[in-house]
Design a protein around this ligand. Structure first.
Ligand code: C5P
Length: 397
């Protein structure tokens, strides 16, 4: 995953989840980020400064009056060149302090004296999280543009179950990444199709393809991170529903077309990532077809081309297509782009891309070709959205 972060302050407050902050620090360091850990006194009861020092290779701070800071102003010195302060875990007490602008230890003072974004991953007992005082503090923090990551629902150290668990370190990093994405599509409606379609043969059998939906879901997530209101129309996949404005689950190409058509008037950008089946079965059987010794012939009829239908509207949205090809990749993709009248098409190697986590993409537009070197689909999706936003915004100043 690409990151623009260079230096961050990782604040650790007193909670059982403090042990997970060590793993979080390790993941941040692994990305090449300089991590300065600032602990509260209570955090020291759960995890030792030596752990963080060893992981980050940096001194660990806890004291407002730290003699290692020459001018006696650790709160200014430490936060001066930080790109971000991330407090994880953030206890109920620390959230209360933040909400009320208290500054009675190094971490709270740093937060008050900061000139960078502040993100906090709450971790507390579920009753503390649900308490009206905490709810008020959370509202105050949101008004102050403090970004809260989580908490998650689940089993807690105290044996209870509910909201209050700190998110896992990987999920926290994911949320930080999402927060940092430039809001290039703010206020725009983006409609995305994803996954395969399934064309019924009978009550239990059908024709489908090996599209996993991963790329389409990653594009939906990236568009949402860029500030768009995203609608995802998805064929059957085994993926978790992403955090977008609306997800519409469909089965066949016809249903996908209807879901798209019902929403296309309000759409600014349409991205067809779905691997729509080319054919459907004429007269599928309502019951399971019984096996016998005869040859079974299926009659197939062509499905509607959803993307071509959208791009040939009188006032089409900005349309982006995907072309999965197994030979003559760019030539065939460019032909498709011309045939479907698309400002942009994304070419990928069908044999390598389907189901895999890493892909190389080639973007083809009026200006030529742009190669996106092989990497994970989440990063590719962000690069694609960045390109889409540039083209869209150039045409709609
Ligand atoms: O199948 P084909 O290679 O033509 O797909 C290219 C693009 O058209 C993809 O973006 C795909 O989502 C879209 N498409 C569609 N409806 C179809 C076939 C393809 O929207 N029936």
């Amino acid at each position: 995953m690409e990151t623009t972060l260079k230096r961050i302050i990782l604040g650790v407050t007193g909670g059982v989840a403090a042990y997970k902050a060590a793993e979080l620090a390790r993941l941040l360091v692994k990305r090449g980020i300089e991590v300065r850990v600032v602990m509260t006194a209570a955090a020291g009861h759960f995890v030792g400064a030596a752990t963080f020092q060893a992981i980050t290779g940096q001194p660990v701070y806890a004291d407002l009056w730290d003699a290692r800071v020459a001018n006696g102003m650790a709160h200014i010195d430490l936060s001066r060149d930080a790109d971000l302060i991330l407090v994880a875990p953030a206890s109920a007490d620390f959230l209360a302090k933040l909400a009320h602008g208290r500054a009675d230890d190094l971490l709270s003072t740093l937060c008050l004296a900061r000139d960078c974004p502040l993100l906090a991953a709450p971790a507390m007992n579920r009753q503390m999280w649900e308490n009206p005082a905490t709810r008020r503090n959370v509202d105050l923090l949101m008004d102050d543009n403090v970004e809260l990551i989580g908490p998650a629902h689940g089993e807690q150290a105290c044996g209870e179950t509910g909201y209050g668990r700190m998110l896992e370190p990987e999920a926290i990093l994911d949320a930080v990444d999402a927060y940092l994405q430039p809001k290039t599509l703010r206020g725009l409606n983006v409609l995305i199709t994803a996954g395969p379609t399934y064309e019924a043969i009978d009550a239990v059998r059908g024709i489908t393809n090996r599209s996993s939906g991963k790329m389409g879901y990653a594009v939906a997530k990236a568009a949402a991170e860029a500030g768009a209101k995203v609608t995802l129309v998805t064929g059957p996949t085994g993926l978790a529903t992403p955090e977008v404005a609306e997800t519409v689950a469909v089965t066949s190409a016809q249903e996908m077309l209807e879901a798209v058509e019902a929403r296309i008037d309000e759409t600014d950008i349409f991205i067809g990532v779905a691997a729509v089946a080319d054919y459907y079965v004429l007269n599928p059987s309502e019951n399971k077809i019984k096996k016998d010794a005869h040859i079974l012939t299926l009659e197939l009829a062509p499905n509607p081309d959803i993307l071509a239908n959208v791009s040939s509207l009188d006032k089409p949205p900005f349309c982006v297509g995907f072309a999965a090809e197994s030979e003559n990749l760019e030539e065939y993709a460019e032909l498709k782009r011309k045939r479907k009248h698309l400002p942009l098409i994304v070419a990928n190697d069908a044999k390598k891309a389907i189901g895999s986590d890493e892909v190389e993409l080639v973007l083809l537009d009026d200006a030529g070709r742009h190669v996106l070197d092989k990497t994970d689909k989440a990063t590719q999706a962000r690069r694609l959205i960045d390109h889409v936003a540039k083209l869209y915004n150039a045409g709609n100043p």
